[in-house]
Ligand binder design. Structure first.
Ligand SMILES: C[S@@+](CC[C@H](N)C(=O)[O-])C[C@H]1O[C@@H](n2cnc3c(N)ncnc32)[C@H](O)[C@@H]1O
Length: 234
């Protein structure tokens, strides 16, 4: 790992593995085999039914080349590599994740001279000053989190973004009534991802903290509604 990628953790702070990750997602993010299994472009794309590039590019399109960006949680695939390449000299990218194994995997994917900072933190307690970033990206994290954790993650994302900045969320969404994958996906998510169907049942805005004014919000759905992008303007 090069010094630019040395992941920043407050040595005094402990960052425990959240119980929902340990209980429901050990096979995807916690176990050492998880990274070896899932870090394959074709598999990530298959899991998203061939929509990975479209969703990735739709996230990238929201992020200006300059300014400070926070990515909340690592993702398999090349999203972060593309994001770091997309940034100009005066752009900066920090990535937080609660699992050191995921940060180490990301460090291997980034070029050695990358300026990207990898930060070992929980999304619910970022430990970062208010209004630090111009935008925050949350890519397919919220559906994995139980409701109180999801609310806290959104509150933290909003807190660390400057007024006028963006919080960009991509995640699952309830597909259209006649979507051929509606029934099988419901069954699959119910079995494997116990909190994901919350995003079918509620608008993302329902998980936002009360009392934080947002200047604007826009939403776009993809692939017959199975996925959504929500952009909140602080
Ligand atoms: C962004 S999500 C899922 C992304 C997508 N399914 C993919 O293709 O990778 C997975 C990441 O979220 C991280 N994560 C889960 N809960 C977190 C939390 N509370 N704080 C920070 N990172 C978290 C996991 O460690 C993992 O690296």
């Amino acid at each position: 790992m090069s010094s630019a990628l040395a992941y920043a953790a407050d040595p005094a702070a402990t960052v425990p593995v959240p119980s929902y990750l340990q209980e429901f997602y050990w096979w995807a993010y916690v176990h050492p085999w998880a990274v070896r299994t899932f870090e394959r472009g074709w598999l990530v794309d298959l899991i998203l039914f061939g929509n990975y590039e479209r969703l990735r590019d739709s996230a990238l399109a929201e992020i200006p080349a300059s300014g400070r960006t926070l990515q909340i949680a690592c993702v398999y695939g090349d999203l972060t590599v593309r994001l770091s390449e997309h940034l100009a000299e005066n752009g900066a990218l920090d990535v937080v994740d609660v699992m050191p194994i995921q940060l180490q995997n990301l460090a291997r994917k980034l070029p050695r001279d990358s300026k990207t900072r990898l930060i070992h933190r929980d999304s619910t307690a970022l430990g970062i000053a208010d209004a630090t970033y111009d935008q925050a990206l949350i890519f397919f994290l919220l559906h994995e989190q139980p409701l109180p954790v999801r609310r806290r993650t959104l509150a933290e994302a909003i807190r660390v973004v400057k007024p006028g900045g963006k919080i960009i969320v991509l995640d699952y969404h309830r597909p259209n009534r006649r979507h051929p994958l509606r029934r099988p996906m419901r069954a699959l998510l119910r079995r494997l991802e116990p909190f994901a169907l919350d995003l079918w049942q509620s608008e993302l805005t329902e998980f936002l903290p009360a009392g934080i004014p947002l200047a604007a919000m826009r939403k776009h759905t993809y692939f017959g509604g199975l996925y959504q992008k929500v952009v909140l303007i602080r």
